[in-house]
Design a protein around this ligand. Sequence first.
Ligand SMILES: [Zn+2]
Length: 303
Amino acid sequence: MLAAKSLLILLVASFSTLAGCATDAGDAESGDHEDEPAAESSDELRSAVSCQERSDTAYRGGTPYSIQVIHVGGKPTTKTTGHAFLKMQAAANADGVRLSLTSGFRTMAEQKHLYGCYTSGSCNNGNLAARPGYSNHQSGLAVDVSTSTWLARNASRFGFVRTVSQESWHYEYHGKDPGGPCSRGTAEAATVGSDTAPSDGSGGTTTPSEPTPATGGLTWVAPAQDATLQNGFVVKSHANKASIVKVVYSQGTYDFGTSTRPSDDFSLSYRFQYMGDKTLTAKGYDASGTLVAEDHVDFTLTP
Ligand SMILES: [Zn+2]
């Protein structure tokens, strides 16, 4: 278990909270409208906190810089913002309230897409979006959170501030990393796994690389290769290995969900609104969290 660098901490999140993560258009500067994520089913699924860091290009005030992102609830976030959110989420859970992220860090490509939708009015309902490079989602400071009375009353206790009066879901975190499952050099981190060498200075070890998954371990069932699809559909992949206990689906930089339903070809309902040619990746993991299979499919999303 400890050896698995991709071991995921599973948190329960409702499907509905994952829907639409690729399309949220809220920005601190824009005051735009984001639809509440639409539930396509009452299914609950487990989404992941992945501490596996990935470099990406952030922007602040139009200036690019490099940041590391992790994934919380399937959404890319900075570690600092992600940890702060997890603290708040845990407190909400203790009060019987479920909180989820509906949008986190956004890449330039994603912001350009949303801005293009805004200027052309031809996609994403033409919702307002900040100029590319100027959204606080692009710096990792901003997150969109499922709204609730609890959130409105308690977010400030956890350092989250609403910065756009007309966007009840848009919060920013400007504080320090409060620590969490992806902290380095902690017992928690050891249980999570890490790409980095041990912090005990033992040295002599190389950073482990992602294991090369055997080809053929997963076979896409749906969508079909080169299919043309509309927004919402079910993704499925058949595991050819009995050792696969979960499949994580991703689209580009988004991990958008984890399915643990082998009897139904690891099906996962998802609503895409991010149009164009897409490549989906399915990664199969065994019970120890080791990546053992991978497959991908190309298809086109149409409005
Ligand atoms: Zn926002």
